[in-house]
Design a binder for this molecule. Structure first.
Ligand SMILES: *[C@@H]1O[C@H](CO)[C@@H](O)[C@H](O)[C@H]1NC(C)=O
Length: 158
């Protein structure tokens, strides 16, 4: 019985571990515990939301500061200087400063920390800035921008 268990683990355990590693292959990359596609193709935030979903992923959510700091470190190492849309969005323009959420698979998780740059977010009801990007020119701090006019890279998460 013991010998059989070892055999079972060897035969069935390894493909499971291997399968997990396979799931985050190039062009995706593992950062911390998550698997991302850092895409430098320039599109609007609304297009980026749709592209990620059509690939079975979602525009990256950084619910914890740890996840965000690991991504900022990765982007600084890549040294592209580019900015990237991520999956945060203001869901209420009537509230001053907005109501910022992480959008993923029908869930809208309230942002639990504030990483916006100075004078950000700066949308208003008259001039909405409801989408969220990591600003390459400003240490990848959060910046709000138009969802359907401004085109930059974007980060999908599996
Ligand atoms: C928000 O700030 C950015 C950068 O300072 C500026 O380019 C943009 O026009 C501002 N947006 C609004 C709606 O004031």
């Amino acid at each position: 019985m013991f010998a059989f268990s070892i055999y079972f683990l060897a035969v069935c355990g390894i493909p499971l571990v291997y399968g997990h590693a396979e799931a985050c292959r190039y062009p995706y990359r593992r950062v911390g515990n998550n698997c991302y596609l850092i895409n430098q193709e320039k599109v609007t935030a609304d297009t980026a939301f749709a592209i990620c979903i059509r690939h079975g992923t979602h525009l990256a959510n950084f619910e914890t500061l740890e996840e965000l700091l690991l991504m900022k470190y990765e982007l600084k190492k890549m040294n592209t200087g580019s900015s990237f849309f991520i999956g945060g969005r203001n869901v209420n323009r009537y509230i001053s400063g907005g109501d910022w959420r992480w959008i993923q698979k029908g869930k809208m998780t309230k942002m639990a920390y504030f990483d916006f740059d100075s004078n950000e977010p700066n949308g208003s009801f008259a001039r909405p800035q409801d989408c969220l990007l990591l600003n390459g020119g400003r240490s990848y701090n959060f910046r709000s921008d138009d969802c359907d006019a401004y085109s930059i890279g974007f980060i999908c998460e599996k």
